[in-house]
Design a binder for this molecule. Structure first.
Ligand code: SF4
Ligand code: SF4
Length: 332
């Protein structure tokens, strides 16, 4: 944790040399058909193989890794990818992933051997956009709700995993979102509201394959609901999550980036399954491909003029990058 605080402080004083957070889309394959995302419709050229992933992680070190997709549990070699991360990322402080929970038994099988291997807890976010059949309709996944509950039951037995439920707020679920927590609580009596996360559906042609999300009408009411129901906690990650929601409100009111500086490129970076490097998940601006630099990210980042890039970006507000931006704004 000290190394993470050190990185945040260096970012704050503009002394950071390399991003400490990696957002890595391990695969674009997905068996959901969510209304807010077209990843599943993308063509699938060969994704980085294990040897390439190994070369990448050997040459680039991070403190925080977020594995996302697609659905990462569709990758048959996920177990070996996790081994590579453990083997090469000795300073890793935070590890998290997102899943649509379509394969609960596979999730348990893959993660069980890693239960005590990562420093700190593995943070798992299960995506739920509504409840019961409404969820399955919005997420285009028959039996998705029940599979999510099954995955919770299984992964909850693994001691080193914290489970959260992540909802993407969009025009499709505005009327449902407030009911997700009580519906989950009915089935998981020990659930706490602090395990509920909320994100705003964003535009992202290169990642989600969407560029026409709505104009955020009536979102504020839902964000207020989340803010009101979160319990106070001294946990720094929880504190950042609460700030994220508060700034989400400002973002939908003004449609402007709510902070002074975005952390993309300097503190966080997004890499797609083919090794292409982007500032973040929202900005369709390819910085280069790792295969051109023998997997050395530094060589790609060295050439970038961040201020010029940021002036052209679409100004999003997503948790993948915003958490780092919020942390650098902490008063000393
Ligand atoms: S939001 Fe996630 S689960 Fe849904 S289609 Fe996109 S990648 Fe798949
Ligand atoms: S504001 Fe959003 S789109 Fe722009 S660089 Fe930052 S994360 Fe990317």
């Amino acid at each position: 944790m000290i190394s993470l605080i050190d990185a945040v402080l260096r970012a704050k004083f503009n002394c950071i040399q390399f991003p400490y957070k990696l957002n890595f889309a391990l695969t674009f394959k997905c068996n959901s058909r969510c209304k807010t995302c077209n990843i599943w419709a993308k063509k699938h050229p060969p994704e980085m193989n294990l040897q390439e992933i190994y070369s990448f992680f050997v040459k680039n070190k991070f403190l925080w890794i977020n594995l996302t997709g697609g659905e990462i549990f569709l990758r048959k070699d996920l177990e070996r990818v996790l081994k590579i991360i453990l083997q090469t990322q000795k300073k890793l402080v935070l590890f998290n992933f997102t899943s649509n929970c379509s394969l609960p038994e596979e999730m348990y099988r893959v993660l069980k051997p890693f239960s005590d291997k990562f420093k700190g807890k593995i943070k798992a976010t299960f995506s739920v956009d509504s409840y019961n059949e409404r969820n399955d309709l919005i997420r285009g996944m028959p039996n998705g709700w029940e599979n999510t509950l099954k995955a919770y039951g299984l992964l909850n037995r693994i001691k080193n995993i914290s489970i959260f439920f992540g909802t993407t707020l969009s025009k499709y679920n505005l009327s449902d979102v407030k009911l997700i927590y009580p519906m989950l609580k009915e089935r998981i009596p020990k659930l706490r509201f602090n395990q509920m996360h909320l994100n705003i559906a964003g535009n992202s042609p290169h990642y989600y394959g969407v560029s026409n999300q709505d104009n955020y009408e009536n979102y504020e009411n839902i964000i207020n609901f989340y803010l009101k129901n979160r319990c106070k906690s001294l946990n720094p990650v929880h504190f950042v999550g609460t700030r994220f929601l508060a700034y989400s409100k400002r973002f939908i009111q003004t449609k402007e980036y709510p902070l002074r500086i975005c952390s993309a490129i300097t503190e966080s970076i997004y890499i797609d399954p083919y090794g292409s490097v982007y500032p973040c998940i929202s900005f369709d601006h390819k910085l280069g491909n790792l295969k051109e630099t023998n997997f050395e990210l530094k060589k790609i980042l060295r050439k970038q003029k961040k201020s010029r890039i940021f002036s052209r970006c679409p100004k999003c507000w997503t948790s993948c990058e915003a958490y780092c931006s919020i942390m650098r704004e902490f008063p000393l």
